[in-house]
Each structure stands twice: as structure tokens, then as C-alpha cells.
Ligand binder design. Sequence first.
Ligand code: PRP
Ligand code: URA
Length: 207
Amino acid sequence: MVHEVKNPIIASKLAQLRNKNTPSKDFRELVEEIAIFLTYEAAKKFETHEITIETPLKSCRAEILDEKSFLIVPILRAGLAMSNGVLKILPNASIGHIGLYRDEKTFKPIEYLFKMPPHIEEKIIIAVDPMLATGGSASAALDLLKSHGAKKIFFLNIISAPQGIKKIAENHSDVEIYTAAIDEGLNNHFYIVPGLGDAGDRIFNTF
Ligand code: PRP
Ligand code: URA
């Protein structure tokens, strides 16, 4: 299931992100800010539980999230900037890391890190990566998480290509995708068009 999160504030931040003249510092902050909006949208599906609290006037029932049940999983490198945003609103969540990069010739994902806390099967996982291009990296990351027991996964990303969405829908139909934009497609180098270029390089200033 794909949710394209449309909102004038996100649209305006996306315009700045896409602009090739936006410097790394601003780019990184924008990625983080958009991740906050995407988390807010996905949170509409999060379950709360009831507690009783005392206001200064009387006791009442209130709803809270169990923040510790969340596991944020950035797909390195570019996902790191998004995880900073998710953490701003779920500061007590755990963080696991998946390291993947796209091979420059085959465009297939190569795994170099998988580091999770124990019992990921009990966690609500928020996997984050700004770019969903061919979907190879996201699909591999979701395969890895599931092979280690993950059950409930939300995937947040900023720009998606229809090809990437199709791949996740085929391989991981149980995973809900929250994206800020669905673009036209991919170029010959499997970059999203119009996209925003290489997200990792723009976040980390590594051109
Ligand atoms: C980018 C991006 C995704 C992947 C998307 O990472 O952050 O992980 O490419 O492409 P795909 O859908 O075709 O797999 P990249 O491989 O450039 O690594 P980086 O984040 O370390 O720069
Ligand atoms: N990775 C990126 O960073 N950008 C793209 O457009 C595709 C893959």
C-alpha cells in the first residue's frame, strides 16, 4: 500500500531539495524535516494504549504510544538523515542499521552492514531511505529484516519511482510505503527523474 503524502509544506521543502543549488547543510536539514512529516502521517496507523493520569483538576484516561516498541532502521548512508527526523518525534525508539550501496555497474544492492537490537520480531519497524529507485535496495533491506524475524514494517521515503513501488508491492505487499513524491521514472543510469540526484552525496557532501 502506497501513501503519497501531499501537503503544501512538504511540497515547498521538496522544491528546495530538488534544486541542484541547495547546499548540503540545507539539504540534510530538509531531508530530516520531511521525515518528520512522513512519520506524522504513518503514525495515524500506530496503536496507542490507555492509561490513567492525574491532571491538576482530576484523573482522566489518556492515550499513549509505547515509544520503546519502535525500531527505526535507516538504510545507509542516505537513510541516516531521515532517521534523525524520525528520532525527533520518537526519541525513545531503538535504532538498527542496514548498510547497502548500489553497485555502480550492475545497480544491484551490496550489503555491508546489518546491526539490529535483539527481538526485532516484537518491534514496529520504521525503515527509512530517501530514494526508492529500482527498489533493489529497499527490497533487499526488507528481505533482511524479515529473515531476522521482522513482522510489522513501515517504509518511509522521500522520492519514489513507479518501478520501485512496483517492486515493493510485488515482493513486500504487507509493507506500507509513505512517500513525499512519486516521480516520472528512471533514466539510463537508474536515477530517478526528475528526482534530486544522488541523495547520499548531497547529504554528506561527497561529490
Ligand atoms: C541510494 C539510495 C537507496 C538506493 C536506491 O543509495 O539511498 O538506498 O540508492 O536505489 P535502488 O532503489 O535502485 O536500489 P546508494 O546506493 O547511492 O548508497 P548511499 O546511500 O550510501 O549513497
Ligand atoms: N539513488 C539516489 O541517490 N538517487 C537516485 O535517483 C537513485 C538512486
